[in-house]
Design a binder for this molecule. Structure first.
Ligand SMILES: *Cc1c(COP(=O)(O)O)cnc(C)c1O
Length: 236
């Protein structure tokens, strides 16, 4: 009984979010196929993830290495994973071959370790640079004026492929107040794309969460990271 209620509510919430994503695309003249939903499943059980997969969700985001490694074997559905959280260099090996993309690359030493681990697979890992647009002390990410240098450094690593930028902007109760940050990330991405750095593509913009993903899509997001609006509040 409990399971079916849970499944139903996750499925309904996913449906609601997909409709809102599509509407945001229509409003801003974008193709809905160019925006993908990451269901942020940190602190949520494998059972809940399986239920979301049953409802058609393909892509999940996790933030904690240990939790991800514990849960992953219990997720029986065919899904893909992005690692979206802060990542300690000594934990990269546990993610090797397990995730499609790393969202929060904020230092070259982390990228070097990613390069080393994915070299063992004779593969490469897609990464995003996390940008700290507002210079907030409490958040990771590199300053906008350092991003080009980081992109040039990442381009030297054969098993790392830079795909774009990610940000966690300052919180604002009104999502309209977050819009300028989203716009700034898109403009930064366009400036970098115009440099045509070898081995660097700037097609991915990871921005927007539960309370502001529609504004993020209007400003160009290609990946939105939505947790609470799908799965409910997290236990802390
Ligand atoms: C937890 C988290 C999210 C999801 O946040 P919600 O407000 O629950 O949608 C998105 N991005 C990152 C980096 C996160 O850590």
């Amino acid at each position: 009984m409990e399971t079916s209620t849970e499944e139903m509510s996750v499925a309904q919430r996913l449906d609601n979010i997909r409709q809102r994503m599509d509407a945001a695309c229509v409003r801003s003249g974008r193709n809905p196929a160019d925006v993908e939903l990451i269901a942020v499943s940190k602190k949520k059980s494998a059972r809940t993830i399986n239920a979301a997969a049953q409802a058609g969700q393909r892509l999940f985001g996790e933030s904690y290495v240990q939790e991800f490694c514990d849960k992953r074997p219990e997720v029986t559905a065919q899904v893909s994973w992005h690692f979206i959280g802060a990542l300690q260099t000594n934990k990269v090996k546990y993610l090797r071959g397990q995730v499609e993309m790393i969202h929060a690359v904020d230092r070259f030493s982390l990228a070097q370790e990613l390069n080393k681990q994915w070299r063992k697979l004779d593969a490469s890992i897609d990464v995003l640079i996390q940008v700290n647009l507002a210079g907030e002390q409490s958040k990771a990410g590199i300053a906008p004026n350092q991003v080009q240098q980081m992109a040039e450094q990442l381009a030297t690593l054969p098993h790392v492929r830079l795909r774009g930028l990610m940000t966690l902007p300052p919180y604002a109760a009104d999502p309209e107040d977050v819009r300028p940050w989203f716009r700034q990330l898109r403009e930064l991405s366009e400036q970098l794309a115009a440099l045509h750095l070898p081995r660097v593509s700037m097609e991915t913009l990871s921005m927007g969460m539960s309370h502001d993903f529609e504004v993020a899509i209007e400003e160009g997001a290609t990946l939105v990271r939505v947790g609470t609006a799908i799965f409910g509040e997290r236990e802390v």
